[in-house]
Structure formats: structure tokens, C-alpha cells
Design a protein around this ligand. Sequence first.
Ligand code: TTP
Ligand code: MG
Length: 605
Amino acid sequence: MALISLALRHAKTYWVFIVFVLVLQLLSTMALLWLPSLNAQIIDRGIALGDTDFIWRTGGIMLLASFGQLAVAVAAVYFGARTAMGFGRDLRREVYRKVDSLATLEATKFGAGTLITRGTNDVQQIQMLVLMTLNFMVSAPIMMIGGIIMALREDAGLSWLVWVSVSVLAVIVGFLVWALLPLFRVMQDKVDAINNVLREQIMGIRVVRAFVREPFETDRYGVANREITDVSVKVGNIFVLMFPVIMMVLHLATGAVLWFGGYRVADGDIQVGSLTAFLQYLMQILMAVMMGVFMTMMIPRAVVCAERIRELLDTKSTLSFPEAATLETPEAGRVVFENVTFGFPGAEKPVIKNVSFAAEPGKTTAIIGSTGAGKTVLLNLALRLYDPQQGSITVDGAPVSELTRDQLADTLSLVPQRPYMFSGTIGSNLRFGRTAATDEELWEALRVAQGEDFVRERELGLDEPVSQGGTSVSGGQRQRLSIARALVSKPKVYLFDDSFSALDVATDARLRAALPSATQGATTIIVAQRVSTITDADQILVIEGGEIVGRGTHDELLGSNEVYQEIVRSQLEQAEADDDQERIAFDSSAGAATAAAYGAKREVE
Ligand code: TTP
Ligand code: MG
């Protein structure tokens, strides 16, 4: 079972603590069991016979035993909590490492939401069970069995009362727990549901606003919220019942003990003190039964959580990186794709079909093609976000699959299509690829990326805070920061995925003019939407449906390649310009219109 295997695996680390806690619990429970019998002796011997000395002595012992029990119990709870929290920390770390090692494909399959829940809430549930187990699972059975033995020692004649009240309580509490369990399960689902709705709405808040979908989304949230309320109310109703019912059983049991015990005292079968002790033992037994039943209530929930965590931990990453470097880190950065074919698992058709090309150091290779053609996937393959089913991708002859993570990161730098910023400052984001970079180097990178001006305008400059996801900077600013970030890390190969789309044509041109001196002999691969961005590329690959359908320079392709001609024509039409094809490279209105159209699409994304 997932829960047990998880618990055992981690128990090894903590066995000293666990044994210690168990011993403390044992001591504490024994003290609790001893006290009523001392009390009985005071009544039966001390009071009944008027032996004041005995009362003082036994009273003193009781006091000591109570303090001792208190100290031991506090220590037990303390060490129990430390063990449980330590266990939780280890498990969370394990989950985190797993998530970190998962390939993009598996991570997307799980989804961010459930990965977060598994790493936090699920771990917490198990941690809670471990805590309760350490606190009660030991003391409850000892208390119950010890209580029964002690009670019978006081008066065997009343033993039937113990059996009856224990059974009645167990049945009633058991029934209530049985009614609660399915509700708890539903509740977990509803918590998941409301989290999902909320997450989606927060992530998509701009789209929701843009399309005035607030009423619809509010309704959706309302439904989820109402459902969780309904379940909670049902759970609450049962809990409301639970405590009065339990108290009723306890009081009835007390009444019965006094009633039947009274007759036995009158008949001289037992003494008053024994009866008092019997009553206290019965209460302890019933308490133990209750704790036991509550414990069992937690188990199913923790089991579900353990299974979810197990599932995650058992997922094998489809990508493995070599631990130690076996190959030299590429020096030049010549990227070669050879007959690369790749399809997403479960998809019928490959997304990339038999792609071969070489991107030379010091040169710019541009990739252009319609949306969905596979440009992003192509770059992701070079970065090893996934491995191709066929073919090979090498940098300076070294297969990317044989480079370590660090080597890959040193060699290739990606400016993603949808740049992401981490919470921190502009500086901390730029230093992502190279922590040691100086402020001067950051400014230099910003200058090339055409981001210097807007960072200078900020009051704190490089220390200006950036919010998670980079929502506090504009789309174009984020794109420029992302370009600067790649420049700071000084890789051998630059991969720009549609990184100039949010820039106006003039800025785009300035950036491209500044790039060569900054990238100095590095290989540059640019995915572009606008033809104007890539007219001066050394090599342009036209890709359509995952295949390369044309390659050459701008002029060569203009003359020979139909798909390229079509792309150029459509961009011209968009600009409502005339058929002067040369104009597109320089005419800012054509580019600007495309940029505007594209920028609008971007905002909605
Ligand atoms: P992309 O490579 O993302 O397409 P693109 O970059 O050429 O398009 P755009 O200009 O809009 O950025 O996707 C190629 C195909 O692969 C597309 O049909 C969607 C599919 N795909 C997946 O199925 N799963 C994925 O995770 C990605 C990234 C793409
Ligand atoms: Mg793309």
C-alpha cells in the first residue's frame, strides 16, 4: 500500500525519534492508568479508616505522578510533532525534486494545479496522519486494554458495563464516521474544483476582462462555491450530532455505573473508592475508543493522498540527463539537425517531419512559417525539452542528449515565445543565466536588447521589482528583458522564438543591427513572423506542416519558393501596400500593420 511504503521509507530516518516517542507515550499512559487506583486507595483506606498519613503520602505520590505524566506527555507531543514535520519536509522535498526532474511532457500531463496540490496539501494530510499516529495510535490501544484490565481488577462484577458501553459507543461513532467518509471524499474533489476555477480565472483575468465574461465566470465560481458549501454543511450536520451523542453515551454509562455500582456497594461487594476508580477507567476506555475511531477516519483520506504522491514519484521522466560530463562542452556552436522526426505521444501525426539543416556559428538562420507549423517545437527539440523519435540533433558533433543540463544551459539560450519573468528585480531576472554578471554587463545587454531606456526611466533601475510572470512590465518590455537575459548568459547558440514580434519595426531594426556585435560569432537561430525581420539572414528555412519546404536567402526564396512568396504577399496585403515587394523590408507601415495585428493577437494570448 502506498501509504505504508511511503511511511516506512521515511521512518528509517526517524526511528530513534519514533522509539523515543513510543516510550514516552507508554510512560504517560501508564501514569494515567495508575492515578485512579491511587485515588481509590485514598478513599478506601485513607478516608474510610481515617489514616491521614496515608492520605498525605498517597496524595503526594499522585501529585508527583501527575506532574511526571504532564512532563512526559509534553515531551512526547514535542518529539512526535518534530518527527511528523520532518517527515513532511522530506516528502515535500522528494516531490519537489521529482517535479523538477520531470520532462515538460510529463509535467504538462499532470498539470500545474495537481502538482502543486500534491506537493503541499497531499503531503500535509499524510503529515497530519503521522502526527496523530504518533500521538494516539500508541496511547489509545494501551489506554483501552490497560483500562479494561485495571477496571476489571477494581470490580469484575461490573465488567459487562464496560463491554456494553464500549460496543454502543463504537457502533454509534463508527456509523457517523461511515456517513462522513464519502462526504470527505466529495469535499476533496470540490476543493480541487474550486481551486481550478479560481486558478484559471486569475491566470486568464485579462481575457475575462477583455471579453466581458465576468458574469459567466462569476456564475461558474458561484456554482463551485455553492457545491462546496453544501458538502460542508452536511459534514457540519453530522459533527453537530456527533458530540451530543457521544456525551450522551458517556453520561448514560456514568449513570449505569453509579446505579449498578451503588447496589454492589450497598451489598458490600465493592468499596466506594473502587467504584470511583472503575468509573474513571470506563471514561478512559471510552475516550480511547473515540480516539481510535477518529484515527481510522483520517486514514482513508491520507491513503488517497499517498496514492496521488506515489503516482507522481513513480513517474519516470522520459528524458534523462547524464550525471557527469562525458563530452567536451561545445565551443563553436554549430547546430545540426539530421532527419529529425518528432510527434507528441498519443498524437497521430508527427509535428516535425524529417527535418535536416545546419546552423553555422557567426551566421543567422531564420525560420519562418505559418502558425502551428512547428517552429517552437523545433527550438524546443534543440533545447531537449523533448527528444525526437528519429534523427539526431548535435552541437559541434556532440549529441544534445549526451550533454549534461549545465552544458546544455551553457551552450544554448532561448528567448521563449512567451517570455516569463520571475518575481524579484529586473537585475535578478537578467542574471538568471549567469549569476556572476556585473551591472555593467547587464546594462550592455539591455542596450543591445533596446531595453536600456525604459529600465533607466524606472526609479530603481536594475533593482526595480518585477512581479511573478512579469505582469508589471509590458509585453514588449518583457520581451526585451528576455532578450537581454539571453545575452547576459553569453551562450554559443541563441534561439529567438518569435522574439521581435512585440517590437515596433524601428526598434526591431535597431535591435537586429546591434545584435551581431553582441552575439560575436555565436550561432543565431531566429523564428520570425515578419519577413522584414529576416531579410538579411544568411539562411532562411521555410517550414510548413513540420517540414522544410524551402531554404535559401531572402532573394533566392523570393524568386523560387511559392510558400515564401505567399507569406510575403499576405504580409503586403495586410499592409494594404502595393505590389512593390522590395518595399516590405524597409517600409515601416507594412511592418507596423503586421506588428499591430500580431500585437493584438498577443494581448489576447
Ligand atoms: P508550434 O511549434 O508551437 O507551432 P509554431 O511555433 O510554428 O506556431 P506559432 O507561430 O503560432 O508560434 O506547434 C506545432 C504543432 O505542435 C501545433 O500543431 C501544436 C502542436 N503542439 C502540441 O501538440 N503540444 C505542444 O506542447 C506544442 C508546443 C505544440
Ligand atoms: Mg511558436
